[in-house]
Design a protein around this ligand. Structure first.
Ligand code: GLY
Length: 441
């Protein structure tokens, strides 16, 4: 039996642990806050900060794991894969050098530019505040402003949406430098018009094997308003495309990912693990918003429950460079909605009771993944981040959405909320109409 180390304690990692468990692996798990879902599947659990590389490597060695899988980006940036491999443990996740594709937005943009990879956007990056402010005086297009390093998906601000004047933009740029958000340094990107979607793929350093397309919802509130979050929920369709993305456009997205993997090889840092493309479909085809070095969260919760192939085998193949192309997903649609504490995204109310009838969720053709909750005296309490994800499955997005809502009726609690509009007919229709408008149809 393969013994796997799973690092991370969110909904994404619960979905990964469940997929390992389903494919016969024994799990040793480490995370900073106990996730009751992962704990119920794991033989051993160690609570430790995921970026404490030495503690994670000690735990992995003491468990005698055959393979490690890293969920979040922060430990990748801290070099956890390099340290595990040095200790003789193979990993289905990227090295620190390969993870720069996510940990440095400047590295990603320059890689695309140097290797003439399609899908790049206009960009400029600055290490000095004065240079950044100077650029702003005469920027050639409307901008997206991003700290260079990691911000948990919450550092991106868009002119015309979050930044309504030149003063707003300057103030945010000053804040990035003064508070060293994402490590200091800023990337300005051309704002692209279109619908965003996620293309993830498994990668063994050379080959990629695609997963179904997913659309995430970053804004906190229904109707796509409010602050950006880590993601409030997501959906995927039974044909593994999206209602506004054609097969050809999806292939263009995969070509971008494959060329990135080739470029990483040429750079001497082969990419191993899940590669995540956040793309925007414009009238000129897919463009790159971000490349991440891991599964998306919530997107992992859309694709892993419908994975028919063995996740353990896929991860072993990624780690030893022998990935096969025959990965199978069930022809099902999924709708995932995160239950979050009131105030999530700004000032979350944590420590409130939350009640889950797991059997009721299962009877609703849905699965539930725990995230930032804790168990105290047998009672589940909310934390300050997303509490749990409920994923409805069905033959169509509409059916999956209905099942998700049915399952949500088995989750109750104080001071929690959900973006109920995700996956609903009206919102999907709006996405399709928006794309038609962007294409000029
Ligand atoms: N769903 C966005 C992310 O995982 O970065």
């Amino acid at each position: 039996m393969t013994k796997v180390l799973v690092v991370g304690g969110g909904g994404r990692e619960h979905a990964a642990a469940e997929a390992f468990h389903r494919s016969g692996a024994e799990i040793c798990a480490t995370m900073s806050t106990a996730n009751p879902g992962i704990a119920s599947l794991a033989e051993k659990v160690k609570l430790v900060n995921e970026t404490d590389v030495d503690a994670v490597v000690d735990f992995a060695s003491s468990c005698g794991v055959d393979l490690a899988f890293i969920g979040p980006e922060a430990p990748l940036g801290a070099g956890i894969v390099d340290a595990l491999e040095k200790a003789g443990i193979q990993c289905a996740s990227p090295s620190r050098a390969a993870a720069r594709i996510e940990t440095s937005k400047a590295f990603m943009r320059e890689l695309l530019s140097r290797y003439k990879i399609p899908g790049n956007l206009g960009y400029a990056h600055f290490d000095r505040l004065e240079d950044a402010l100077n650029y702003l005086k005469d920027a050639p297009y409307e901008l997206v402003v991003k700290p260079v390093g990691l911000t948990g998906g919450k550092g991106v601000k868009v002119q015309g949406e979050h930044l309504l004047s030149q003063e707003d933009t300057e103030a945010y740029v000053r804040e990035i430098f003064q508070r060293r958000i994402g490590g200091g340094g800023v990337v300005f990107e051309e704002r692209a018009l279109g619908e965003e979607f996620t293309q993830m793929a498994f990668c063994d350093g050379k080959r990629i094997a695609p997963m179904p397309l997913v659309q995430d919802h970053k804004r906190a509130f229904e109707g796509d308003i409010g602050p950006n979050t880590g993601g409030m929920g997501s959906y995927s369709d039974s044909n593994h495309l999206l209602p506004f993305v054609t097969e050809e456009e999806r292939n263009e997205a995969l070509t971008i990912l494959k060329k990135i993997v080739d470029a990483m090889n040429a750079e001497g840092c082969p990419y191993v693990g899940v590669i995540y493309g956040q793309l925007v479909l414009t009238r000129d085809g897919p463009k790159v918003i971000e490349i991440n070095a891991r599964f998306g969260d919530p997107e992992a919760m859309n694709v892993l429950p419908i994975l028919r192939s063995s996740f353990t085998k896929i991860c072993l193949e990624m780690a030893d460079g022998s990935l096969r192309g025959d990965i199978e997903f069930a022809p099902l649609a999924t709708v995932c909605k995160y239950v979050v504490p009131e105030g999530y995204g700004v000032s979350p109310v944590s420590g409130k009771k939350i009640f889950v009838d797991e059997e009721g969720v299962r009877r609703s053709s849905a699965v539930l993944y725990y995230a930032n909750v804790s168990l105290k005296d047998g009672v589940l309490l909310t934390g300050s981040s997303r509490s749990l994800g409920v994923v409805g499955l069905g033959g169509s997005i509409a059916e999956a959405e209905e099942n998700c809502e049915k399952a949500l009726s088995f989750v109750n609690g104080e001071a929690i909320r959900v973006r109920h509009d995700i996956g609903k007919k009206e919102l999907i229709k709006r996405r399709v109409e928006h794309m038609k408008q962007v294409r000029g149809e």
